[in-house]
Design a protein around this ligand. Structure first.
Ligand SMILES: [Zn+2]
Length: 229
């Protein structure tokens, strides 16, 4: 009976679908005395819920790892947005400029040794490692500084963030965003203003930034053992 409802010109796709459906229902035996029921196949009980329907929208989607650590951490939006771009490798480092055949420096402007990638700038560079060591030492967490084996910034961040208590974690994550933001600003000074890289200057910038953040209500910074970042 339902075949009669199919009208219009059947394309190849429609015929293929029809034959597949035929196969699927060929074994079905209908019992006219049994009423139809709705069955939601995405739940074990067969019951529909809006929550399950919503979750079904994301089946097969790829979860972006660092989203939580970036967006759940207290920091000014522009800094979190910078980290978001960094996590997507969307910052205009020499490596990204080179990929688009745009003018770029040959080496990292801070250490003048390696290629400039965002991971190098935020974790792998010797300049950055000294910077992180001093910043983290001030809050009693020097042991968490990036090591030569820590070459991916996100991986290092996720590792150190997971290694401290919940209370310390909140402040630490804010400090890491503050540090990364400062390093990027200092890098931009070197690239665009011709300023020579200077660790003391980068640390002063971080201290000033920290004071602004405290005034703006960065309460998580006060959770750290010492807060003179
Ligand atoms: Zn470097």
């Amino acid at each position: 009976m339902w075949l009669r409802d199919i009208d219009g010109v059947a394309s190849l796709d429609v015929i293929t679908e029809f034959l597949r459906l035929w196969d699927l229902i060929s074994e079905v035996v209908l019992h006219p005395e049994v009423p139809d029921v709705h069955y939601w196949r995405l739940s074990a009980s067969g019951q529909y819920t809006a929550k399950l329907a919503y979750e079904a929208l994301f089946q097969g989607a790829i979860q972006f790892g660092p989203w939580k650590i970036i967006w759940k951490t207290w920091a000014p939006d522009k800094c979190r947005f910078f980290l978001w771009l960094a996590a997507h490798n969307r910052c205009w480092t020499a490596e990204r400029l080179a990929r688009r055949n745009l003018p770029h420096s040959e080496r990292c402007p801070l250490c003048d040794q390696d290629d400039e990638t965002i991971d190098h700038l935020l974790a792998g560079c010797v300049f950055e490692r000294q910077f992180w060591h001093i910043i983290l030492q001030r809050i009693g967490l020097a042991s968490l500084s990036p090591q030569p084996s820590d070459i991916i910034f996100e991986e290092w961040w996720s590792k150190v963030s997971g290694s401290v208590s919940h209370t310390t974690r909140k402040g630490l994550n804010t400090v890491i965003i503050l540090g990364a933001w400062t390093l990027w600003r200092h890098r931009n000074e070197c690239v665009f203003d011709g300023t020579p890289p200077n660790l003391t200057r980068a640390l002063i910038m971080a201290g000033e930034e920290s004071r602004w953040w405290n005034m703006a209500g960065a309460k998580d910074l006060s959770l750290l053992p010492a807060q003179a970042v």
